[in-house]
Write a protein that binds this ligand. Structure first.
Ligand code: PNS
Length: 161
């Protein structure tokens, strides 16, 4: 089985994430989507909610496994025999930090990082921006799967109460 991982915070999953996961799913037998837990960051969605939304929106692909992980991404990869990390690159500004992480991860365990250029439609897209725009009343429905958009609108309303 050829395996790869798409890691991230996924708070929440966007159409940009989905684009990368779908493209990875055509290249590998199994694609693991790893929701990395950052104890210093309070998310808008719980880890279980993020996992549920990823599972719902990737179910049709048929070769996606979704899990959370605390700690180093390289340990997640080593424990599951995953030799490749797939990362979307939106713009040159992503490259500096992504290169540092790729080199660090390779130095730690030899795991490779493969960069996939994001579709130009999503080159400006991030979960953080989507949450900010939606919180301020902007329409982000074209940037998220329908189920995710519905949950985001609900969550913003709950936070206002
Ligand atoms: O969606 P994000 O927040 O841009 O994803 C970043 C993420 C979670 C992929 C990155 O921070 C990560 O790999 N975290 C796991 C902890 C780790 O391995 N840190 C060392 C990186 S060299």
């Amino acid at each position: 089985m050829r395996r790869a991982v798409c890691p991230g915070s996924f708070d929440p999953i966007t159409n940009g994430h989905l684009d990368i996961i779908e493209r990875a799913s055509k290249l590998y037998d199994v694609v693991h989507v790893a929701v990395l837990i950052n104890k210093n960051k309070q998310g808008m969605f719980s880890i279980d909610e993020r996992i549920e939304l990823i599972e719902q929106t990737t179910a049709q692909l048929g070769n996606i496994e979704v899990e959370s992980h605390t700690g180093l991404l390289v340990d997640f990869c080593r424990d599951r025999g995953i030799p490749a990390i797939i990362k979307g690159l939106r713009a040159v500004s992503d490259f500096d930090y992504e290169l540092q992480m790729a080199q660090m991860n390779h130095g730690l365990t030899g795991v490779e990082t493969l960069f996939v250029p994001t579709s130009p439609t999503y080159s400006f897209l991030s979960s953080t921006l989507v949450k900010e725009v939606a919180s301020l009343g902007g329409d982000v429905s074209h940037l998220l799967p329908e189920v995710v958009h519905g949950r985001l609108v609900e969550r913003i309303a709950e936070l206002r109460r």
